[in-house]
Design a protein around this ligand. Structure first.
Ligand code: ADP
Length: 398
């Protein structure tokens, strides 16, 4: 069975074609600058050389048509006929309370997706465009929606209700939802496998540390809490997002800096986080470099970031009444040896000890705790596309 995974952003589209027999990637690629001058498709067929196609790509439908053409192309294609694609798995950012699992798309699901737009006005519309384009171009092929929020839907009410009047939850759906669910699901399952355990038998804290970052408490295979909330702004300090702050800061800043709602929204989403603290960059490599050269604000940004992760890990160990394993994943979690070491410094009370030799690793699944560590520490590269392909396959095979 071959499954195409599509992740549509507002002006970009990422894809991977999987052969589910062995979960290998037959081809993958990226369409950039959709609807903007300079559109381009970068197509990577298996191990062969990357192909770059520069052409006008006015909308998502044209982008997907181009991807399908590339996949069946006589020279750089990897399949003979489009009919070889049995199903398409689409990443959808927000499923609100409507979707606790991945789902096969039908008219009722499309209506529900439209209703979720107000929760993620920037992300959900391009996701929907991608689904509609595939339905048009591949009639009869199963389309499956896989939601960033779905894995977190097991959170108990006491974890997802804000300390606001209850009516705002009933009236506007204002509650904590959580994101990066596909990644937290993938690495928590992988962690169980590496421990030779079933997910149902272990308590795992998964730290997805990238540009956007979140932590999840996964008890017996189900999320009991996660750090992101109604939107992906809550929780950890991120590349450019502020994470948890005293909400009173917002009206204060709006008055003092003469900002309206849009301006403050952009300030806390795009100009804050480690970028705002360091004044250097949102990229952790730049900040680590500057800190090494003695930049005090860069050092402070790294300390603030690590401390917030440490606090969430402590909170989630408490929430689950213990923890068996802590996993680091995503760009920073998989690659920053020094950040993992800084964070794990505070795990002594848990009986978790990082092994500096083992931790000397980038982008590879492995255990990084000492042999006598009571709590196991792991680096596990995330693979959201594979998780989407697996969900798509299991839904289609029923
Ligand atoms: P997202 O998918 O949220 O855009 P990623 O998971 O790709 O982000 O993570 C990007 C972050 O990972 C960047 O801030 C980058 O600095 C960081 N990163 C990647 N490689 C390294 C590395 N070798 N050392 C430190 N940070 C790294």
């Amino acid at each position: 069975m071959k499954v195409l995974v599509i992740n549509c952003g507002s002006s970009s589209l990422k894809y991977q074609l999987f052969n589910m027999a062995d979960e290998s990637v037959l081809a993958k690629g990226l369409v950039e600058r959709i609807g903007i001058e300079g559109s381009v498709l970068k197509h990577q067929p298996g191990e062969a050389e990357k192909v770059t196609i520069e052409t006008e790509i006015p909308d998502h439908s044209v982008a997907i048509k181009l991807v399908l053409n590339a996949l069946v192309d006589a020279k750089h294609g990897v399949i003979k006929d489009m009919n070889e694609i049995s199903a398409v798995g689409h990443r959808v950012v927000h499923g609100a309370e409507k979707f606790a699992t991945s789902v096969r798309i039908n008219d009722a699901v499309m209506d529900a997706l439209e209703e979720c737009i107000e929760m993620a006005p920037l992300h959900n519309p391009p996701n929907i465009l991608g689904i509609k384009a595939c339905e048009k171009l591949m009639p009869g092929v199963a389309q499956v929606g896989v939601f960033d929020t779905a894995f977190h839907q097991t959170m108990p009410k006491h974890a997802f209700i804000y300390g606001l009047p209850y009516e705002v939850y009933k009236k506007h759906g204002i509650r904590r939802y959580g994101f990066h669910g596909t990644s937290h699901k993938f690495v928590s399952q992988q962690c169980a496998e590496m421990m030779g355990q079933k997910p149902e038998d272990i308590k795992v804290i998964t730290c997805h540390l990238g540009n956007g970052s979140s932590v999840a408490a996964v008890k017996n295979g189900a999320v009991v809490d996660t750090s992101m909330g109604l939107t992906p702004l809550e929780g950890l300090v991120m590349g450019t997002r502020c994470g948890d702050i005293d909400p009173a800061i917002l009206p204060m800043l709006m008055k003092k800096e003469n900002m309206d709602a849009d301006a403050i929204d952009s300030y806390i989403n795009k100009e804050s986080g480690v970028l705002g603290i360091s004044g250097v960059s949102s990229d952790f490599r730049d900040i680590e470099g500057a800190a090494d050269e003695g930049n005090e604000r860069a050092k402070l940004a790294l300390d603030v970031f690590a401390y917030r992760v440490q606090k969430y890990v402590g909170a989630y160990a408490a929430a689950m009444n213990g923890v068996d394993a802590i996993v680091f994943t995503a760009g920073l979690g998989e690659n920053s040896i020094s950040m993992r070491e800084s964070i794990a410094e505070a795990f002594g009370y848990l009986g978790a000890k990082i092994d500096k030799e083992r931790n000397n690793v980038r982008g590879k699944a492995c255990e990084i705790s000492t042999a006598d560590s009571k709590v196991k520490l792991f680096v596990i590269p995330t693979n959201e596309e594979l998780m989407i392909a697996r969900d798509t396959k299991s839904i289609c095979l029923g």
